[in-house]
Design a protein around this ligand. Structure first.
Ligand SMILES: Nc1ncnc2c1ncn2[C@@H]1O[C@H](COP(=O)(O)OP(=O)(O)OP(=O)(O)O)[C@@H](O)[C@H]1O
Length: 368
């Protein structure tokens, strides 16, 4: 039985259409992360599922049951907000017990569920404290506790870690992953942090302007972006993009001029493009290498502009203007500002996009 399905959901605010027939499904036990730029509709989608907004059209099912006409309390969903929304006058135990009290659970069963939840989240020692006496991470755990104690069919998390500092975020991210592995509850998790999305998701749904731009396993979106938007959304430092123009298409060979610097030859393109067509050539910073292994495309040497060192890795910016590239390499590799470096890229790690930003499948040359 699927965790949740949205079918042809429509939602407008006044004259502004946000969703126009949106489809989304979450498998049983699946951890789906919704990502996308500010304003693309992530929070509204969660609010529609939770019942805090009504769709104009379409159907929403949770655990196989149609819920879009039901009030929030009857949907078997639990939502955790960025702001935690804890009751300041209540203790940790009372905050976590609150949804069960509202549901009229008998006292012994309620106490047992609260104790079990506090133990699961490492809150057993803090059960009698009030929110003001807790750290940010502990408060977040109480908010999560209040969601899981209800044993819902679906968890909805709206940027739950964005109020935490970087170290705590990383720790809570691991806790989320462990909790999901233990509970196995279907989850939709909203974030605008691409690294958080890639670390947590079984499946990422990348949204743009109320539509799904691309969805799939994190590796699919990172390694096989369907659009330039998806390619640029994931990865830090971001993917390099260079302006290209198709020079020649003959049989199984395609020659492309990249900026003013280089000409590269690839195999046949999956989408036919005429000579003269403009394309974008995109290369992840870690796909660049100095030493060619096997058959690689050689790029024109570029001078190193500046170098940043992060301990385990080094990021160097080479070349200027349209030809600039960021190269991500090992932290122990010495790179001098001003030196000229010839870089290479494997043809299968080079991405091509047409003028509309749609990926153009391309094959390496047949003789490589
Ligand atoms: N109650 C409302 N009335 C009018 N417009 C709204 C309302 N709620 C959301 N919107 C609009 O719908 C669009 C999507 O908003 P939403 O909050 O879902 O985006 P988001 O992707 O969650 O953004 P963020 O990452 O900034 O939280 C925005 O243009 C927003 O202004």
């Amino acid at each position: 039985m699927p965790g949740a399905t949205l079918s042809r959901v429509g939602k407008s605010f006044g004259a502004a259409v946000l969703f126009d027939g949106l489809d989304l499904s979450v498998g049983d036990g699946e951890f789906v992360v919704l990502v996308g730029p500010s304003g693309c509709g992530k929070s509204t989608l969660l609010r529609l599922i939770a019942g805090l907004e009504r769709p104009d059209s379409g159907e929403i099912c949770i655990g196989g049951r149609r819920v879009d006409q039901l009030p929030p309390g009857e949907r078997s969903v639990a939502m955790v907000f960025q702001s935690y929304a804890l009751y300041p006058q209540m203790t940790v135990a009372q905050n976590i017990a609150f949804p069960l009290r509202m549901a009229g659970r008998p006292r012994p069963q309620l106490d047992e569920s609260v104790t079990r939840t506090c133990e699961l989240l490492g809150l057993a020692e803090l059960m009698n404290r009030r929110p003001a006496e807790l750290s940010g991470g502990q408060r977040q755990r109480v908010a999560i506790g209040r969601a899981i104690v209800r044993e819902p069919d679906l968890f909805l998390f709206d940027e739950p870690l964005s109020n935490l500092d970087a170290g705590l975020r990383a720790q809570m991210r691991r806790e989320f992953a462990e909790l999901h592995a233990r509970l196995g509850t279907s989850t939709i998790y909203v974030t605008h942090d691409q690294a958080e999305a890639m670390a947590l998701a079984d499946r990422i749904v990348l949204m743009r302007d109320g539509r799904i731009e691309q969805e799939g396993a994190p590796e699919d979106l990172y390694c096989r972006p369907a659009t330039l938007f998806a390619a640029e959304f994931f990865g830090q430092p971001p993917i390099n993009r260079l302006p290209g123009r198709i020079l020649r298409v003959s049989g199984s060979e395609t020659e492309i001029a990249v900026g003013d610097c280089e000409r590269i030859v690839l195999g046949a393109l999956g989408t036919p493009l005429a000579a003269g067509s403009e394309v974008t050539v995109a290369i992840r910073p870690e796909a660049l290498t100095v030493v060619p292994e096997g058959h690689m495309i050689a790029l024109a040497p570029r001078r190193v502009g500046f170098v940043e060192w992060f301990g385990g890795e080094r990021h160097a910016r080479l070349g200027t203007g349209d030809a600039a590239l960021v190269w991500r390499t090992a932290g122990d590799r010495a790179i001098k500002t001003g030196e000229s470096i010839p870089l290479h890229v494997a043809p299968e790690r080079l991405h091509l996009f047409d003028r509309d930003g749609k990926a153009i499948p391309c094959t390496p040359l047949p003789n490589l």
